[in-house]
Write a protein that binds this ligand. Structure first.
Ligand SMILES: NC(=O)c1ccc[n+]([C@@H]2O[C@H](COP(=O)([O-])OP(=O)(O)OC[C@H]3O[C@@H](n4cnc5c(N)ncnc54)[C@H](OP(=O)(O)O)[C@@H]3O)[C@@H](O)[C@H]2O)c1
Ligand SMILES: CC(C)=CCC[C@@H](C)[C@H]1CC[C@H]2C3=C(CC[C@]12C)[C@@]1(C)CC[C@H](O)C(C)(C)[C@@H]1CC3
Length: 624
């Protein structure tokens, strides 16, 4: 059968891009599908993939380019040897991985900048791989007495290989969009030992590409700005909400004297609260859940007993109130409690930054390692800082601030009753309390799901998250209930019903979509999810392309935004302040979405583009 007139013909030997990377391998064209405009190509190891025309280059052009590059040292020369995934030699595994990755980067770099870029890439990115090489050498001298450090390095090398194997096994043989039920015929590429090296190369490429990401949050200058702006903004909000007529035009709000901000007692209460939560966290109650595999292949264990923690906290608070403890102290000392939490978050961030200087490179987050002290302090360097089994990031994100948020809301309800002379909290106050309690309890009930979120998987733990978790969440997410203490807003029954329905709709979308992704990431072959369509990617992970994740690219954000709307509506429209959360949340989620988009594009390459073509909208169907 003759192929239609297309650029590459059946039987042509060309260079095909490996999906998700900048690596090109020698492939043979098998056929062209005019409908999908895809070429089916076969690699030397027998792997078949469907590629777009732009992912194919003529082999001749490639050799010419390679020859000219081979004047530079080995990376260029190695690059000129086209290899199929199965054709790399074991001998030089770790170096080859790095070199191929580094060479791949040069592809996207103009020749004039290539040398510097390549040099930077090799200098900055090679460290974990050099350790692997060192570990290889160590294992050759098995009988020699080894030092502890070398053993660790050896472990790491093994882990890299384990991951590689796992990845090879999961590697899809075809790059296609189809129902998972129909996967029967698609066999994974054979897990030949030589392929481990190739996968390591791909991992190195991904690693290299990710590490050379542009700085986030406005870069180094942005980090200075956020470090100053975020605490100032919390101060502004807290001072505003206390005013009779909170308004953005009251700027700057009257600043209290320094001694009014610092309160030893408030500081003590915050410390006690954090310690109380820490004790509940370490109690051997509840499940030990496994996190997602780290770069080293290791999976950390997390004590997911958040629901237990909030129940015990509620009982403790109820007992305290019963004993006559006046929780309205939280309302009257809100500013001092916020300042105390801020100081604790600063101390914690300094500790995190200092300890990250002594951590091995493989434990650092990709991205918080720019070399600029201020930026790295802000963004966070270490991915999973732990004191023994105590995971600081997980704890801070899920416990003191989150449960503290509910405690503060409850205190605001008591303060409202006291201030307004009520026997029971107002309807809007009850709604805000119940809605946000549901959100937190749900988060803690499904605590395991947080292990597949961006913060836990990708972000380092630094000032941004420490401050976010300990100050931002408890002291700004409570703005609606704080506002209602002195700004009553009676609601009609229809308005109340409409708000409740809105909240439930948002919650349904939020929960279902988060659970779907979490279940899929934990067990992609879960029979309950077999009806879902997926796109395989070169990393071995697939992307959901139907179900909730086929409606928009972030259905969980959509649900969250609808819920945010339901939290602000009970406060009415007289002031902007209770709407602050809604406005902030739109900005946060739009920014998070674009951060995630670029991260996923780097990770999944053309498979991600395919996903974006199939699922066109980001958060709101047909709108955004
Ligand atoms: N209340 C708040 O202040 C607040 C703030 C932020 C977020 N949140 C909520 O927290 C939850 C978690 O949010 P998040 O920002 O961490 O993002 P997320 O949407 O839970 O996670 C994004 C990750 O999901 C994976 N993914 C993306 N598309 C996929 C697909 N089609 N199929 C399978 N996996 C896919 C990707 O990771 P991998 O491919 O690497 O697995 C991506 O990096 C959300 O519900 C959000 O609304 C709340
Ligand atoms: C300092 C600033 C402006 C931002 C820091 C962001 C931080 C406050 C959020 C980032 C991820 C968020 C998050 C929740 C709370 C707020 C963050 C930590 C979450 C724990 C709330 C409860 C949910 O059920 C959840 C899905 C578990 C949330 C996960 C993400």
């Amino acid at each position: 059968m003759k192929m239609p007139t297309v650029k590459y013909q059946r039987g042509d030997t060309v260079m095909g891009r490996w999906p998700g990377s900048s690596l090109y391998y020698e492939v043979k064209v098998l056929r062209f599908d005019a409908k999908s405009q895809l070429y089916t190509v076969i690699y030397k190891d027998g792997t078949e993939l469907e590629l777009k025309e732009q992912d194919i280059k003529s082999a001749a052009g490639f050799q010419t380019r390679s020859r000219s590059r081979s004047r530079s040292r080995s990376p260029g020369r190695r690059r000129s040897r086209s290899r199929s995934p199965a054709r790399t030699t074991r001998r030089s595994s770790s170096r080859t991985a790095a070199v191929v990755a580094a060479a791949a980067i040069t592809d996207s770099v103009p020749p004039s900048r290539r040398d510097t870029k390549l040099k930077d890439t090799l200098e900055v990115r090679l460290s974990p791989l050099q350790q692997t090489k060192a570990a290889e050498n160590n294992s050759n001298n098995k009988h020699e007495k080894k030092e502890e450090k070398q053993k660790e390095e050896n472990n790491m090398a093994n882990k890299v290989n384990e991951t590689s194997e796992a990845k090879v096994e999961a590697e899809p043989a075809r790059y296609n969009l189809r129902r998972r039920k129909d996967d029967g015929g698609a066999k994974p590429a054979a897990a030949e030992p030589e392929q481990q090296e190739e996968v390591a190369a791909k991992m190195a490429a991904t690693l290299t590409a990710t590490l050379s990401t542009p700085l986030d949050f406005g870069g180094k200058l942005g980090a200075y700005f956020w470090l100053l702006f975020l605490p100032a903004w919390v101060l502004f909000l807290v001072l505003q909400v206390n005013l009779e007529d909170p308004s953005l035009t009251n700027f700057p709000p009257p600043l209290p004297p320094l001694e009014a901000l610092l309160d030893v007692q408030a500081f003590g209460f915050v410390i006690l609260w954090i310690l109380f939560q820490a004790v509940l966290y370490i109690l051997p109650v509840g499940k030990l859940s496994e996190g997602m595999p780290l770069r080293s292949g290791e999976r950390l264990k997390y004590r997911t007993n958040g629901f237990f923690a909030i129940v015990v906290s509620a009982v403790a608070v109820a007992a305290a109130v019963y004993q006559g403890v006046d929780l309205t102290y939280i309302h009257s000392h809100f500013l001092q409690l916020a300042v105390a939490s801020f100081l604790i978050s600063v101390l914690l961030s300094v500790y995190l930054y200092v300890r990250s200087r002594y951590t091995s490179p493989e434990q650092l987050a990709l991205g918080g390692n720019s070399g600029n002290v201020v930026y790295d302090f802000f963004k966070g360097r270490e991915l999973n800082p732990r004191i023994k089994d105590f995971d600081l990031k997980f704890f801070c994100e899920m416990r003191p601030g989150l449960i503290g948020w509910c405690l503060i809301n409850f205190a605001m309800a008591l303060a409202e009753m006291k201030k307004q002379g009520l026997d029971a909290p107002s309807n809007p106050m009850i709604l805000v309390n119940l809605f946000q309690l549901l959100y937190v309890v749900d988060g803690l009930w499904n605590e395991e799901a947080i292990l597949t979120t961006m913060d836990l998987m990708h972000d380092g733990f630094g000032f941004m998250l420490a401050f976010g978790d300990l100050v931002w969440v408890p002291f700004t997410y409570t703005m609606q209930s704080y506002y209602l203490v002195s700004h009553p807003n009676p609601l009609s029954l229809p308005a109340l019903t409409a708000i409740v329905i809105l909240k439930l709709v948002g919650f349904y979308i939020f929960r279902k979509s988060n659970s779907e992704k979490n279940a899929f990431r934990r067990n992609p072959s879960d029979p309950k999810l077999s009806y879902l369509k997926t796109i395989p990617t070169a990393t071995g992970k697939s992307l959901l392309v139907s179900g909730w994740w086929g409606v928009v690219r972030h259905p969980n954000y959509l649900g969250d935004l609808i819920m945010a709307l339901a939290w602000s509506l009970p406060c009415g429209f007289s002031h902007l302040l209770p709407w602050y959360y809604m406005i902030y949340f739109i900005i946060l989620l739009v920014h998070r979405d674009s951060r995630d988009m670029s991260e996923c594009r780097r990770k999944y390459g053309s498979a991600w583009d395919e996903y974006c073509r199939t699922v066109r909208y980001r958060i709101i169907p047909r709108v955004y």
